[in-house]
Ligand binder design. Sequence first.
Ligand code: FEO
Length: 386
Amino acid sequence: MKAIKVKEGVYWVGGIDWNLRSFHGYLTQRGTTYNAYLIIDEKITLIDTVKSYLTSEMLDRIRSVVDPSKIDYVVCNHVEMDHSGGLPEIMKIAPNAALFCSPKGETGLREHYKENWNFKPMESGTVLNLGKRNLHFILTPMVHWPDNMVVYMPEGKILFSNDAFGQHLASSERFDDEYPLDITMLEARKYYANIVLPYSKQVQKILVGITDIDIEIIADSHGIIWRKHVKEIISGYKSWASNETRKKALIVYDTMWHSTEAMALAIQDAFEQSGYVTSLLSLQYNHISDIMTEVIDSEYICIGSPTLNGRMLPTMAAFLTYLLGLAPKNRKSIVFGSYGWGPKQIEEIATTMTESGFNVVATEKIKYVPSAEDLDALRVRILGLL
Ligand code: FEO
C-alpha cells in the first residue's frame, strides 16, 4: 500500500472500501473511499483518517513516506466515524501529536471516543503554520454536521474539503482527469442529493466564502480528487444548492395490480407531450437513494400509491420519510393512485407533501382498474396543468 502524491510534499494516504454497498442506507454500488492526506513539512501533518477497519491500510500508506510516530499535527475536519475512525490508533502511535478541530469537533470527539487527546480547537479564520506551508481553518457548520470544517492551504492552492464535493466511488485512480468525468459528476450529484441537500443554505454561504480563494485542487474525503474539473464541481454545487430545477418530471410509484402503474404511465405521457423530460421509477426496482439523484433537478415530483389497509403502501411511506427528511425546496407535486373502496392514501400523501412545503397541484384517484377512457381523461387533466 503506497501513498499517492497529490502535490509536492502532500500525499493521499486514505483507504479504499471496494465492497461497501450500504452507507447507512445509501446504496453505494460503486463502493467508496475515505481520503486522508499527509503533509510533509517542518511539522508533519495528517488531515483526517479513515473508517476504523481501514486504519492499517492508511498506516501502511503513511509508512511508505514517513514513520507515523513522527506525526506532529492531526487535523480532524469532521467527527463522523468514516473520517475519525483511525484517530484512536494514530493518537496511540503519536501520543504527543496536537489534534486540531473545530470547537464543536472537540466536543464531538470527546463524546465519541472518551479520550483526553491534546485538543487544539480552532476558530474560523485562524492559521496554523507547518513550516513552509500554512493551513487556514474555515468552519462549515451543518455541512453536514455541526462540527464540520474545511482547511485551505495557499501553498499548493489545495482545499481539504472533507465531505463537501465528495462522491461514494471506489477506484484505484485518484484524480478527476484519470476517471470518467460523467460517472464522477453523477456520483457527486447523488452524494449531494442524499447527504448535503438539507443543508443547501449553509452550502450557499460557503460557496460565497470560497469565491475569493484560488483553488487548484479540491482534496475531498470521498472518492475522486478534483484538479482538472474544479470549476465544474463548484458550478454543480452552486446549481444543486440553489434548488434549481429544469423542465423535468419525476414519477415515483408503487403498484399492487398495475392500476397505479397505468396512471403513472398516463401522467408520464402527458408530461412528455408537454415537452418535459421524465423519469419513471418504481419503488419495486429502484433504491430510494438512486431516486433522490433524480429529485435534484426535477420541477415536478409525482407520487403514486394504491391503498393498503386504508393507508399508502409501506414502500411509499419509507420513501416519503426519506424524501421529506432531505427537504428539497421549490418543487411541485401531483399525488395519484388507485383504490378499492377508500382512497384515504391520497389525502394522507397530499397532506404530508403540503406540510413539507411541496406545492401539490393535483390529486388523482381512480377506482379499481382504470379504463382507457379514465386514462385519457387523466392525461387531459394533467395536460391542462402544464
Ligand atoms: Fe463522510 Fe459525514 O462523513
